[in-house]
Design a protein around this ligand. Structure first.
Ligand SMILES: NC(=O)c1ccc[n+]([C@@H]2O[C@H](COP(=O)([O-])OP(=O)(O)OC[C@H]3O[C@@H](n4cnc5c(N)ncnc54)[C@H](O)[C@@H]3O)[C@@H](O)[C@H]2O)c1
Length: 342
């Protein structure tokens, strides 16, 4: 029996991850979440309705060091997903953002070091640690920006440039997680994730833009675009991210102490305007949108170079951007009653 702890496990990535892990009766999965994200309660309800015998939920906050020390004792694998996830919110309240993302991560690392130092820790970091990437040479097309150099995307050698309180707090955690391998020998792996999309994602204007656009489009509501809409992002379907987590566990001797960029890569990119156009065709309806000022630190292009992860684990993208978006459209359509609050 493997004991697995998922912080932020009632969120989008955590719910999909838990569902996958729970299929294996040899796993015992404990989710730890304060349910602060809108939609997390619905995800939890879904998980509980499946009546898994190897599942447990603990309501708790990543900032509660005392509670963490009581609970995190004999786990084999820990996924750290709990986070304040929005750049916008981090700008409004940088203290809270720091306490959850940076300090909360340090609490977890210290708990692991003291209570279960042989556990593997997988941390979900973000491509935002590379900042605005304003030095990249770009060409501006009609509907998108194009990378002129770095045609294979951004790899892990790119300089860190934390931008926005969210970038700073996630980047701090990212570096601490890696350093706990170097200094204390904790088996940690950091994934710097691009945009991830999939079911159980209650995307809103602040985070989860692909799901947000799909929900707005299906509900027939106007989309606000910050910037000129030509920003390009690579999109990865959730099952491919989970596969990468699992492959890193399988190859932990090679992957421990490593950092991996992960995203849809060069073949799976959309600009905001292109996604709207794609959705208009798919849903056969006109989508209304309006432009607003750029947001701080917004990258004009981010495309992950996945070569390191592929080399270390044999991982490959399996679900392309169109298939992924179709799956998400189907989930939103089936679950419209769940997303009325968005
Ligand atoms: N979804 C993406 O595209 C993406 C991209 C890059 C990085 N990430 C990272 O992946 C992780 C998971 O993201 P997600 O998309 O599933 O987000 P999410 O908001 O759906 O999930 C995060 C979960 O953490 C919980 N949480 C928030 N604050 C907490 C706290 N103080 N204590 C305990 N639980 C708390 C929330 O209730 C939520 O269930 C985050 O660390 C995020 O920064 C996500």
């Amino acid at each position: 029996m493997k004991k697995i702890f998922i912080t932020g496990g009632a969120g989008f990535i955590g719910t999909n991850l838990a569902l996958e892990l729970l299929k294996n009766k040899e796993n015992y999965v404990v989710i730890y979440d304060n349910l602060s994200r809108k939609g997390a309660e619905k995800n939890l309800q879904y998980l509980q309705e499946q009546k898994f015998e190897n599942f447990e939920f603990i309501k708790g906050d990543i900032r509660d060091y005392k509670k963490l020390k009581e609970i995190v004792k004999d786990f084999d694998i820990i996924f750290h997903l709990a986070s304040q996830v929005a750049v916008t919110k981090s700008v409004e309240d940088p203290f809270e953002d720091f306490e959850i993302n940076a300090l909360g991560t340090l609490y977890l690392l210290e708990t692991i070091r003291k209570n279960c130092p042989s556990a593997i820790l997988i941390y979900s970091s973000t491509n935002k640690v590379y900042g605005e990437l304003s030095h990249l040479k770009l060409r501006e097309g009609k509907k998108r920006y194009y990378l002129i150099d770095k045609k294979n995307g951004i790899d892990e050698k790119e300089s860190l440039d934390f931008h926005s309180p969210y970038g700073c707090s996630k980047g701090t955690a990212d570096q601490y997680v890696r350093d706990y391998y170097r200094i204390y020998g904790i088996k940690t792996v950091v994934f710097r994730q691009s945009c991830i999309a999939g079911p159980f994602q209650y995307g809103n204007e602040d985070q989860g833009w692909v799901a947000h656009f799909i929900i707005k489009a299906i509900k027939g509501e106007k989309i606000n675009i910050y910037g000129n809409g030509k920003q390009v992002r690579d999109i990865l379907f959730i099952s491919d991210l989970i596969n990468a987590y699992q492959l890193s566990l399988k190859n932990i001797e090679k992957c421990q102490g490593e950092i991996f960029n992960i995203g849809g890569g060069v073949k799976n990119t959309f600009s905001l305007l292109e996604l709207i156009e794609f959705l208009e065709k798919k849903l056969n309806k006109k989508i209304e949108y309006e432009f607003f000022d750029w947001r701080p630190g917004d990258q004009k292009v981010f495309i992950s170079n996945n070569k390191k992860l592929e080399k270390y684990t044999g991982w490959k993208v399996k679900i392309n951007k169109k298939e992924g978006i179709e799956k998400l459209i189907n989930w939103v359509k089936k679950n419209l009653s769940l997303i009325v609050f968005l």
